[in-house]
Design a protein around this ligand. Structure first.
Ligand SMILES: NC(=O)c1ccc[n+]([C@@H]2O[C@H](COP(=O)([O-])OP(=O)(O)OC[C@H]3O[C@@H](n4cnc5c(N)ncnc54)[C@H](OP(=O)(O)O)[C@@H]3O)[C@@H](O)[C@H]2O)c1
Length: 322
């Protein structure tokens, strides 16, 4: 009943699968591999069992509140709480996707942002002292905030300073409505459905850490992170990191030792805290990574490959502005 337990969403493949693999080796307790599709989830568990690991399976679909509630009941009855939650599940439209931008915006925000918040809302009451929560966001969230108008940036920053996620939820609703009216760019939103949804994910971690700091439970920590550019279905296997390399930062955050001062409520990449609001910080990333990231996750930028040296120096790429 009091066994420690870690749970990973969207873990039947890709980075989530590798996060489960690493936690099975490093976490002192049971690891729950969750997936929306039972067959795919159980197949993934079998694969890890063949490696000598012993994850458990539970079905969880971000879009099905009842499945999240069932997961809560399972954790409650089997473990009496939760020690590690990795919100990894997510979707991204392909470069060649033909769905209208409005649809991409609605679905991306619904799954990546709202779905993640739903999991938090249902499972956070189970978190025990010293629990660690990790949101697998993306550097695409930083690139998206940089491409928003100053007014939108100011409003998102203000939302991040609130005590609840209400304001960021309203802003993301506004973005989806603007996308539906075809006026999102005119109104100052970035032209990337995935990036905008991940702004919501990154900002949620900042707000939730503020809530955790006031919580009567001890030492609750939540961070958002970018796994890097990873070879998975999502990136059409173009990423230069393996899934195990992509799992490194999420697992590092999931296993932060008790009473860690930092990172808390941060955006982390390659185990380093990134200043979410500063455009210049992007310049520290490799030009190769940026080029790949923009091409893969922000198709609507119509980006032509080849990053200018000036972009690396200044954060400004004339090709993106053109
Ligand atoms: N790959 C990269 O380069 C990269 C870069 C930055 C951030 N990320 C982030 O890393 C995370 C993992 O991505 P990945 O590259 O490993 O992608 P992936 O291979 O496509 O895996 C995504 C996982 O999320 C699951 N999922 C999708 N919708 C779901 C839902 N409604 N409920 C539950 N699970 C759902 C998928 O399940 P199905 O198999 O059933 O579809 C799959 O297990 C995502 O949050 C992504 O945004 C990836």
């Amino acid at each position: 009943m009091s066994n420690r337990v870690a749970l990973v969403t969207g873990a039947n493949k890709g980075i989530g699968f590798a996060i489960v693999r690493a936690l099975c080796k490093k976490f002192d307790g049971d690891v729950i591999l969750t997936a929306r599709n039972v067959d795919l989830g159980k197949k993934a568990v079998s694969q890890l069992e063949q490696e000598g690991l012993t994850p458990k399976f539970h079905q969880l679909d971000l879009l099905d509140r009842a499945s999240i509630e069932r997961t809560k009941s399972f954790l409650q009855s089997e473990y009496g709480g939760l020690d590690v939650l990795v919100n990894n599940a997510g979707v991204a439209y392909k470069v060649a996707a033909t769905e209208p931008f409005a649809e991409q915006a609605e679905v991306s925000v619904r799954v990546n942002f709202r779905g993640t918040l739903d999991v938090c809302e249902v499972l956070f009451p189970l978190l025990r002292d010293h629990a660690r929560v990790v949101h697998v966001s993306s550097m695409g969230s930083k690139m998206a905030i940089d491409r928003c108008s100053d007014d939108v940036k100011r409003r998102v920053k203000s939302a991040s300073e609130q005590s609840t996620t209400d304001s960021i939820e309203k802003l993301l609703d506004e973005f989806v409505q603007a996308a539906k009216s075809g006026k999102h760019q005119e109104l100052g939103w970035a032209n990337t459905a995935y990036g905008m949804s991940k702004i919501g994910v990154t900002v949620s971690a900042i707000i939730q850490q503020g809530q955790f700091n006031k919580d009567s439970r001890k030492d609750l920590v939540v961070n958002a992170c970018c796994p890097g550019y990873v070879a998975t279905d999502m990136s059409s296997f173009k990423g230069h990191k393996t899934i195990d390399e992509g799992a490194d930062t999420p697992v590092y955050l999931a296993l932060l030792p008790p009473a860690s001062d930092s990172p808390k409520g941060e955006f982390v990449s390659d185990r380093q805290i990134k200043t979410f609001w500063a455009t210049l910080d992007i310049c520290k990333e490799s030009a190769e990574w940026l080029e790949s990231c923009v091409c893969s996750v922000a198709p609507s930028l119509h980006y032509k490959p080849l990053i200018d040296r000036d972009f690396v120096k200044t954060g400004e790429n004339p090709r993106l502005r053109a």
